[in-house]
Structure formats: structure tokens, C-alpha cells
Design a protein around this ligand. Sequence first.
Ligand SMILES: *Cc1c(COP(=O)(O)O)cnc(C)c1O
Length: 357
Amino acid sequence: MAYDVDPGVAAALAAFRPPERLGFGQVAAPVMYDVHYADGAWGRGRLLPYGPIEILPGARALQYAELVFEGLKAYRVGQPWPNLFRPADNCARLARSAERLAMPPVPEALFLEALDAVAGALAPFVPDRSGQALYLRPFLFGTESGYLLRNSTTFRFMVIANPVEAYASGAIRVAIERHDVRAAPGGVGHAKAAANYAPSLRASSAALARGCTIALWLDAHEHRYLQELSGMNLFAVVDGELLTPTLDGAILPGITRDSLIRLARHRGHAVHERAIELGALLGQIASGACSELFACGTAAIVAPIAALVEADGREHVPRVVDGVAAELREALLAIQERRAPDPFGWTRDVARPAPAG
Ligand SMILES: *Cc1c(COP(=O)(O)O)cnc(C)c1O
């Protein structure tokens, strides 16, 4: 084992009793992984009981949002030991996010060690009902204190976890955000950076207050073209073909989005990445040419959209809810949960811990 296990881990695992209702992120798993970077090198990782961490109040992660993260799941449906889904792609995206923020990448071996350590220790607590999973949240942040405008020289990489249900159950209502901007090309929208979320939270809170689950973002320049939802990518079914916005530098390249594009083509659907203009799309919803909308992401899996909702309460309601979305959700989830063959080679076992001693 290339990492140390804190003596408190066994007791933390033994004491853990997950509640019946998991929600999404409400239940913290009892262990976490932690490794520090200093003098240009990563140290030795540790598996610890989950709990508060010490950080200097002046740390750049807190003062300047020098923090990038990932999200993926471990699945254990109908099998004793969990598997991951495309973890190397999450590692590659974390490296790209880190690169944009001029932070050091987490080497793939270290990234996978951390996931294996956490998901392996928590294997008995990975929920085994379809749609549930152990959500893994790797994150990398700058710990150096000070206000000089340059990167931190010390960093920390951690993985925390939560047993979860899908982020949303059933069809979601989506609030069109026509005023605030989430991300612009040249910024960090394509990076999974905490800094993207802070400016989106006001719209997210307003969306919740309007009875919606999440906000829909438009492009920063003209407020005309669809980007994505606050933490999910978006697809429309128009004239029977699947459309999703082209990655324009401000949209987060979701691994679920990429998986659905490939899976849908494999299943015979036409899929196009293109600029999608909101006004045109709303017209197509009204005429019926756009039959269906859905969102996707690790947290949401594939979530059908029941309505796009304006600030004044007007609704744009597609005539089909959960048609193609249901087909793709079931096909994707069956691969992720290993209930179906995996022609793409996307799943990987969590590594079994080496015997102690
Ligand atoms: C993480 C995230 C997604 C979904 O990405 P997946 O890799 O599919 O989980 C979409 N949009 C934003 C803004 C995100 O942060």
C-alpha cells in the first residue's frame, strides 16, 4: 500500500450507520483520503476518518477560489465489490482543470490510489439498489496563505464520498436564467472549478424558489445560445435527432455527455453538436418539432425536463417527457451498474486493498 491508514479508520467504519434516506450529498461517508504537495512533489497519502480539516484562513483556496474538483460514482448493483465508471477520464479532466488554473496535476496513479482507498474501504456501504451509488468527490486546492497574485506553491488533494440517490428523481423543471452569466469563453467554464459555482448560486437559489431544480445558462455575449445547466449538460430531441450545444470553452465537457453521444450513436440515433439558439428552440417546443429535453451528469444520470420556466412563471413544455431520455438512461445505467455488456470498456473494478502486514 502506498498510503497510510489512520488508526481511527476502523472505528469510523464500524460506527457508520447510513440512514434510509440518502439524498444527494447529505450523508457523508466515514472516511476520506488526503495528500499534500510541497517543494514540487506529492507526499504520501493517508486514509483518515471523515472530519474537519485545518486550513489557514489566508489560504488561496479560500481567498481566491484556487480549487478544482471532480465527481464520479462507485456502483455495486448485484455484485459484492464496487466498480468505477471512466475514472481515467475524470483524472484527465482534473489535470486539464488544474492546468487552466496553473495548479500541479494529480498523477493518474495517485488519483486512482485515492479512489481505490476510499471506495475500497467503503465497499460494504456502496448502496446496491439501481440508481444509488457512492458519489466520490476528488478535489485539489491551494493551501498557501497570502494575497500576492500568483499561484500557491503548496496544495492538497483530497477525496471525500457520499452514499447517494440520483440528484433528482423524476422530471425536473428548469429555470431559464436570462440575466446572470455563469461562464465566458477564456474564463474557467470548461474547467471543473469551484469558481464557476459561486456566480451561479444566486440563480440556483432563485430557481429553487420558483419551484425549479436548476438554472439554464445562456452564452455570456448575447444571452442567446444555450450553454448548460448549473451542474448538468443538456440535450434536445429535434425532428427525431439529438442535439447538444457545442463545447465552446465555457461549457463543462461532461463525461456523461460524451458517454451519451457515443452510446446514442451506437444505438442508431443521429447526434449533432451545434450552437442552439434559445428563441429558435422555444419556437420548436411550441410547434412540437422539439419533442423532448433532458439533462445529464454524473449526479443526475439522465434527467428528463418537464418544463423550461421563465422568471415571470411562463412555461415552455415539451410534448414528450422521458422518451429518448428513458431509453438512454436505462442503457447507460445498465453499463455503469454492469447489468449489460460494456462495449466501450468504460467500467473498472475498484482495486482490492492489499492484505495487511
Ligand atoms: C460536473 C459538471 C457537469 C457534468 O459532468 P459529468 O462528467 O457528466 O458528471 C456538467 N456541468 C457542470 C458545470 C459540471 O460541473
